[in-house]
Structures are given as structure tokens and as C-alpha cells.
Design a protein. Structure first.
Lengths: 333, 519
């Protein structure tokens, strides 16, 4: 009978399903390495990682949010808002038209702390709304997305914030004989800490429980509301961290910064296999998903595909990834 | 023998699921114009068989003949167009849309332009409803209808498909008596037209009233088919249960200990009030009553998932405040909820993760990290103890059978080493084998000195397992009964319906309680 063949096919399908995304990443890397020698240069690889850092950090936060069964559309705007606050606080005395003339400049470290605090606070507001009123996360964070962007414009009057503290160029620089960018180091540290947070702490486990079955989580004694608020605070905190990296790279802060980044971060998380129905997702998935997007963009540019087409291809890949993801998680009949 | 008008015939149907033989060589037939009841306990395979007929499941082996022709349905659409439809127990109407759109959903009549012909849809619906004695306006929204009417609409829909065979799964579970009468009248009209009905129900009175023949399944096996008017109730129950019920229950007489849980004058808003009882170490206290008597709500209040408005709870003589499930868990109370899917399992998480959540705070080390190794060890230990059958602890729990899921949840609560276990309908929807194992486990736990509160709607279970029985009616305790060997279902029902002329709820339990405590 055909059962044997079918069995083999089943096994192959199972492997593709389980490791699908990492296989895709490997194929892309191998293919590009062979056909585009420029791709495999150390400089290019580091460049890719450097580009991944900002939305990669945000994708780490989104992973927690999406596993909890939610979504956060506000992280791009929160990046801008926390970024301009930090920028305004750290403009040097040389700046020609400082945002906050009367106060500041603040010590560099205080500006950084404020940035992270603003990001976390935005998340805390979204999270509290979601936990207390039970409005859908989509709506709560859509509101926060618009509000944070608006606040960023109000604070700056719509102008970019430049002439920042020299500390930013240090964060944007490269260490170890000028090879490894600091943002990449930050990204790796974030991944490691988030990995521990997700897998080895009560909070991480609670996020999975919450996303899988909120009522059962309540019954199990999990503090569902507190966990929800923390999840969105974490996403906001990481958006603030992304703002620091952004300003370090551009040596400025901009009220229009991060537009659309939330979608890239959501895409990375989704490609990495985190399920939007909640309860399913991994940290390495968020990393692989972000790398897939970054390698794809880099590769398409190297091959010489027009930027307009890149969006089309990226979009198609996201949809295919979700289709695979949904099949993987379907209950077998 | 082959009847002239055998509508549907299933021969030797076997259906395998991973790790479970859901159906094992089942034979079944329906004649035109016949009501054929399909009987069996929960998990006997009734709904699996029904799902084979409507194309949701495909039998692993065996054949299904419709009017003598072998059929192989893949998907409900194929079954529908062949003339088989099913009224599910849980209806899923599109509540925000009118009756007519619900009936013609997916096959709306179109006009020449290819747009929906609302006029024709309206008229067709009117005619259709008239055939089952309904006068409702086809434009009425589904959300405005009672459950009974929604069910009638489902039947109308089945008729509109020109169904030759209609399967009804527990059709009366949410109907009033008057509505049941109406349903039966429609069933008779349908059968008069030669339509065959497969009637799945637990209610014996209905079976005798409406069915011509019945078939009994047990643990997926075919037990037999009989003519209803030649059978007695005892015969049917014997066929369904098969073994001596007493063998299943493993109640033994061991010494009861100190009073552990004392509940006095407990109330939660208008849901229940003045509930008092005492439970001892080593005791299984059964909670009987009709649906809506407030038993589950009492348990939720003790467990902290429902707000208490009045009353005291004492554990070991010490008055305790339980405001959240966390408080209850800290006090050594565990609660297996009645609705496994809704409030029990985390479907996409692993068996292991499903076990650990109630005990999570205990696994933190000094750095605030979880001791994963200890967690693995404990889970493996409790998996053995309650005998969960799973290929691995990493398996997603949704792929386990109902009985195994239930055992995982029992393990989850044993993991917190509770003194008091609340079990709400602990054997609902699980197969007979797993049931017996759960009973055994309960008995062992009681013997270890744990105190068990068991809410159950199955009286044989209450009688088979409880040391004492708390009976509730409309939010009040109407009796606390010693479960003596001569205790009968009728006696309990008398208190549950208050037909016994029992004293007004509030005083009775107190009197009995003090008498018990004096022993």
C-alpha cells in the first residue's frame, strides 16, 4: 500500500512544519552566499544585524504581547514619543533652537532613563486599559499609537531634535577593533534576558497561560490583570530602548521616527511562528523572524530588486508564514 | 432482515483516533419514517457515530449505505446534499441576522442579476415555516428568538435541504416541557412524511415517548438494537451500563477525622444564601441538586472566584478570608471546574505546563527564576500517580482524550498538595474506564485524610461515592443526608425538587449539622 510513502511524506511535512522558518532562513543565506558574493562579507553580515537591532528589539516585546493573546500597534509611535523626550532633555547647549530652552540639558543618563520610563508608562496605560476595561488590545493600542504620535509632534512642534549629547555617538559606535556595533550587543543582551524572562520566570509562564485560556489562568491563581499590564509595559520599555538605539544611529530624535516599525516588528514575530490566537510562540522565533526580514531586504537590494517590489515580496512572505503557522496549530481531526 | 425502506445502514463501523478506539464494529440502521434513539453513556461513541453519518468524521473501516448505496462523505456539505442533516446540541446561529438569512445561508436565492432575491427568500421561508407550524416573521432577528425557536429554525433548515434523515443531538436539553411537546409533534409530522430521525438523548422518558427502536453503544462497542415498546427501562440501563455499577465506585468505610472545612451562612448575592455545612478530613461530601440550584456557585465562592456577600468560612477552626483564587490555593484548597474546555485546560500548552500553574510560586528560587528541573520531576511523578496516558509531557493537552485531560487537571491540583479538593462534575464527558480511575483516586485521597467536595448531577455517582449528601434547591440547602445503604435517588430528588415537604432551607441543615457533629 501507499502507507509507507505517505508516512515518509508525513515525516517530511512534519519537519518542514516544525523547522520551516529556520529552513527558509538557511536557504536564503546559502543561496545569497553562492550567487551574491557581496552578501557573505563580514561587513555585510554585521550591517544586517545592525539593521535588525531596532525592529528586532521591538519584536522581542511584541512576542510577549502576542503570546498573551494581544497585539500592540503603538510601539512605533512610542519609539518616537519617548525618543523626542529624551532628545529634548539631552540637547547640548550648542543647539541653535533647543526644544526646552529653559530646562536642561539633563545628564545623559537621566535622559536615557526618562526615555525608558516614558516608553514603559505608555505601555502601562495601554495595559491598564486592556486589563481593566477589557477593550480589545487592537483598539487600546491603536488609540495609544495615535496619541503618542500626536504628543511627539506637540513636544517638538514637528521639528527634528538634533545636536544631542555626544554619548549617543558612543552608543552608535562599534567596539572590538571597530567591528561589532553596540546596537547589536544591546540586541543580543535583550534577546538573552527576554529568553530567560519568557522561559524561566513566573511572569513568562503566566503570559503563556493567559494567552491560552484566560479563565483557566484566573482559576489557577494567576494574577491576570497584573500580568497583562506588565506585558504591555515591557513592550513599551523595549520601544523606549529601540528609541535610544535609533537616536544613537541617527544622532537625532524625530517625531516621525518609527512610523510603520510596529508592523515590521509584528511581521517578524509572526514569521517566527508566534500565534495570534495566543499561547504559542518562542523567543528564538522572534529572532529568526527578524533575521528573515532583514536578510530578505538586504538580499533583494543586493540582487537589485527595486524597493517598491520589496514591499510586495515581504507582504507575500508574511501571509505565507501565517498560513503555515495556522496549519501547524490546527487541531487534528 | 432487510426492511423494505431501510434509509440508512451502517455496517461494522470502526473509528480510531490516536490512542483511542472510539467506535468498534458498530451496526446501525434507520428505516424511513422511524425515530431511532441512539443511547449510551458519555463517551460511549454516540456523537462520533453521528459525526460519521454527516461527514465530519470518516470511519476507519466499515461501510455506510444510504438507500442501499455505499456512501463516503467528506465534509458536511456532501452529507447535506445526499439528504442527511444534523441538529447539533449546541446551536450556532448567526444571531445578528434574520431568520430567513440563517436558513438560506450559503445558498441564497438569486435573481437574474446575480443579486440576492430577498422577496423570494422571504416567501420561501414563510412557506417553510408553515410546514412546521411556525408563524414567525422571516425577517425576525435570530437574537430575538428563544432557544426552542432557534432549534425549530434548525429543523426548518434541515427540512429545506429535503433531508431524508435528520440527526438530533440532545434536542431537548434546553427546552421547557411545553416546547418538548411541540418538538415531538413536529417529529411525528416529519416521520409521517417518511423522514427518518436519529434521536440522541439521555432522557429515558423521552425515549419511551418518541422512539420506535433504540440502539445502545457502550465504550464504542455495539451492544444491541431493540424495539422500544417491547423493552423496559431496566433493560435499557443494563445495556448502557453493562457492568454492575457498584463495581465502578470504590467507596470504602474508613475513619473520618476532624472537621476541616466549616461553612456557615454563606451567601453570594441572590444566587444562593444561608448555606452551611461541615466537611471532615477523609470525607467525601456530595452536592446534589438540579441545574441552577447554586451548587457550582457555592464552590466558586469557597474557592474565591465568586464574591461572597455574607457568611464565614473556617478551615481547621480558623476563620479565613478568601478574596481570590490565589488565597484559596494558599490555604490548600483546589478546585477542578465543571467546564474543562472553558476554565480548565490551556489547550495549546503542553501536558507539563498544564500541571504546574497552580503551584508556580513554589518553584521560584532566590533569584526569582523557576526551578525547571524540580518542575519536570514533579510532573513526571504526578503523571504516573494519576496514570495520564500521553506520548510525552510535551504533548499539547488538546490532543489528549477527555479522560486524560481530566486526569492532567487532577494532577495539577494534587501538585499543590491540597487539604480540600472541590470536584465539580469530575467525570463529565469522560469514558467509563477513566471514570472508574477517577473514583479510585478520590477514594485514595479521602483515605489519606483529604476532604473532598463533589458536585455531581449524576445521582448514581452521588450515591456511589459520597459519605454524606448536601442537597440544594434554588440557592438553598434543603437537606444534608447521611448516605446510608438504603438511600435512594428518589429520596434525593425529593429534596432537590423540595417535593418532600422538607423544612424551609435555612433551618434544616443547621439542625442536621449539629446532630452530625455530635457523633
Amino acid at each position: 500500500m501507499a502507507t509507507n510513502m505517505e508516512g515518509t511524506r508525513h515525516q517530511a511535512a512534519a519537519i518542514v512544519k516544525k523547522y520551516g522558518i529556520i529552513l527558509v532562513l538557511l536557504l536564503m543565506v546559502i543561496g545569497l552566499s553562492i550567487f551574491q558574493p557581496a552578501f557573505r562579507s563580514t561587513a555585510n553580515i554585521i550591517n544586517i544585524l545592525n539593521h535588525t537591532a531596532i525592529f528586532g528589539i521591538m519584536a522581542v516585546g511584541l512576542t510577549f504581547v502576542i503570546i498573551s493573546g494581544g497585539i500592540d500597534l503603538s510601539v512605533g509611535s512610542v519609539l518616537a514619543f519617548s525618543g523626542v523626550i529624551m532628545g529634548a532633555m539631552s540637547q547640548t547647549a550648542m543647539a541653535s533652537t533647543p526644544i526646552w530652552e529653559a530646562i536642561g540639558p539633563f545628564p545623559f543618563i537621566i535622559a536615557l532613563a526618562a526615555c525608558l520610563a516614558v516608553g514603559s508608562s505608555c505601555g502601562a496605560v495601554s495595559g491598564s486599559l486592556i486589563a481593566q476595561t477589557r477593550i480589545p488590545p487592537f483598539i487600546a493600542t491603536l488609540g495609544m499609537m495615535t496619541v503618542a504620535r500626536g504628543l511627539a509632534l506637540i513636544v517638538t512642534g514637528g521639528r527634528p531634535v538634533s545636536q544631542l549629547d555626544p554619548g549617543f555617538s558612543a552608543i552608535g559606535s562599534r567596539i572590538m577593533n571597530n567591528t561589532i556595533p553596540v546596537p547589536v550587543i544591546i540586541y543580543l543582551v535583550v534577546i538573552a534576558l527576554a529568553w530567560i524572562l519568557l522561559n524561566n520566570t513566573k511572569f513568562g509562564k503566566s503570559v503563556y497561560a493567559l494567552g491560552s485560556n484566560r479563565a483557566a489562568a484566573e482559576i489557577s491563581g494567576i494574577n491576570v490583570k497584573a500580568t497583562l499590564i506588565k506585558v504591555y509595559m515591557l513592550a513599551g520599555f523595549l520601544a523606549g530602548l529601540a528609541a535610544i538605539v535609533f537616536s544613537a544611529r541617527t544622532l537625532s530624535a524625530h517625531p516621525g521616527a518609527g512610523t510603520g516599525y510596529e508592523l515590521t516588528a509584528i511581521a517578524a514575530t509572526t514569521i517566527g511562528g508566534t500565534s495570534h490566537s495566543g499561547g504559542i510562540g518562542t523567543m528564538w522565533g522572534a529572532v529568526v523572524g527578524a533575521l528573515v526580514l532583514a536578510v530578505l531586504r538586504n538580499g533583494l537590494t543586493l540582487i537589485g530588486i527595486h524597493a517598491h517590489w520589496q514591499g510586495v515580496i515581504e507582504g507575500a512572505i508574511i501571509v505565507v508564514a501565517v498560513v503555515i503557522d495556522m496549519r501547524k496549530n490546527q487541531v487534528k481531526k | 432482515m432487510a426492511e423494505a425502506a431501510c434509509l440508512l445502514e451502517a455496517r461494522n463501523i470502526t473509528k480510531l483516533f490516536p490512542g483511542v478506539k472510539a467506535l468498534d464494529g458498530v451496526n446501525f440502521s434507520v428505516r424511513a419514517g422511524e425515530v431511532h434513539a441512539l443511547l449510551g453513556e458519555n463517551g460511549a461513541g454516540k456523537s462520533t457515530l453521528a459525526k460519521c453519518f454527516i461527514g465530519i468524521h470518516q470511519p476507519t473501516s466499515g461501510e455506510i449505505l444510504l438507500e442501499g448505496k455505499a456512501m463516503e462523505f467528506v465534509g458536511t456539505r456532501a452529507a447535506l446534499s445526499a439528504g442527511i442533516s444534523m441538529i447539533h446540541q449546541e446551536l450556532s446561529p448567526v444571531l445578528s441576522r434574520p431568520i430567513m438569512e440563517n436558513i438560506w445561508l450559503g445558498r441564497e436565492p438569486l435573481n437574474k442579476l446575480g443579486l440576492v432575491d430577498h422577496k423570494k427568500m422571504y416567501e420561501d421561508t414563510q412557506k417553510l415555516l408553515a410546514t412546521i407550524d411556525m408563524q414567525d416573521n422571516p425577517k425576525t432577528l435570530m437574537s430575538e428568538l428563544t432557544v426552542a425557536k432557534i432549534q425549530m429554525i434548525e429543523i426548518a433548515k434541515a427540512v429545506s435541504y429535503d433531508s431524508k434523515l435528520i440527526i438530533m443531538d440532545e434536542p431537548t436539553s434546553s427546552l421547557m416541557d411545553r416546547e418538548v411537546e411541540q418538538l415531538f409533534r413536529i417529529i411525528r409530522e416529519l416521520t409521517a412524511k417518511g423522514i427518518g430521525i436519529i434521536y440522541v438523548s439521555h432522557k429515558m422518558a423521552e425515549i419511551f415517548k418518541i422512539s420506535d427502536r433504540f440502539t445502545v453503544l457502550r465504550d464504542g462497542a455495539y451492544i444491541g438494537t431493540r424495539n422500544t415498546n417491547e423493552s423496559k427501562l431496566e433493560d435499557i440501563i443494563n445495556m448502557m451500563v453493562g457492568r454492575d455499577l457498584k463495581e465502578m465506585y470504590s467507596k470504602s468505610d474508613h475513619q473520618k477525622g476532624e472537621p476541616l472545612l466549616e461553612v456557615s451562612d454563606l451567601s453570594s448575592g441572590k444566587v444562593f444564601s444561608g448555606v452551611s455545612f461541615t466537611a471532615r478530613r477523609g470525607e467525601i461530601l456530595g452536592f446534589a441538586g438540579l441545574m441552577g440550584a447554586g451548587r457550582t456557585e457555592v464552590m466558586e465562592t469557597i474557592f474565591g472566584s465568586r464574591r461572597k456577600t455574607q457568611g464565614k468560612i473556617r478551615i481547621n477552626g480558623e476563620s479565613v478570608q478568601i478574596k481570590h483564587t490565589r488565597d484559596a490555593i494558599k490555604r490548600g484548597i483546589a478546585m477542578l471546574t465543571e467546564d474543562r474546555r472553558r476554565t480548565g485546560i490551556f489547550p495549546v500548552l503542553s501536558v507539563k505546563d498544564n500541571m504546574i500553574y497552580a503551584r508556580l510560586p513554589h518553584y521560584l528560587n532566590k533569584l526569582g527564576l523557576l526551578r525547571l528541573g524540580q518542575m519536570d520531576k514533579d510532573c513526571a511523578h504526578y503523571k504516573e500517580r494519576v496514570d495520564v496516558r500521553t506520548p510525552s509531557l510535551r504533548q499539547q493537552i488538546q490532543f489528549l482524550s477527555g479522560g486524560n485531560q481530566q486526569k492532567v487537571l487532577v494532577a495539577k491540583w494534587l501538585l499543590i498538595q491540597p487539604d480540600i479538593l472541590i470536584l465539580d462534575e469530575p467525570t463529565r464527558g469522560i469514558d467509563v474506564g477513566a471514570k472508574a480511575e477517577i473514583y479510585k483516586l478520590m477514594e485514595n485521597l479521602a483515605r489519606e485524610g483529604k476532604c473532598i467536595l463533589m458536585v455531581s448531577s449524576e445521582l448514581p455517582e452521588i450515591l456511589g461515592m459520597s459519605d454524606r449528601i448536601v442537597v440544594m434547591h434554588e440557592g438553598r440547602v434543603t437537606g444534608i443526608l447521611e448516605n446510608t445503604p438504603d438511600m435512594s435517588e428518589e429520596q434525593i430528588m425529593a429534596y432537590a425538587t423540595k417535593a418532600a415537604g422538607a423544612q424551609p432551607g435555612k433551618d434544616t441543615p443547621n439542625v442536621k449539622e449539629s446532630a452530625d457533629d455530635g457523633n
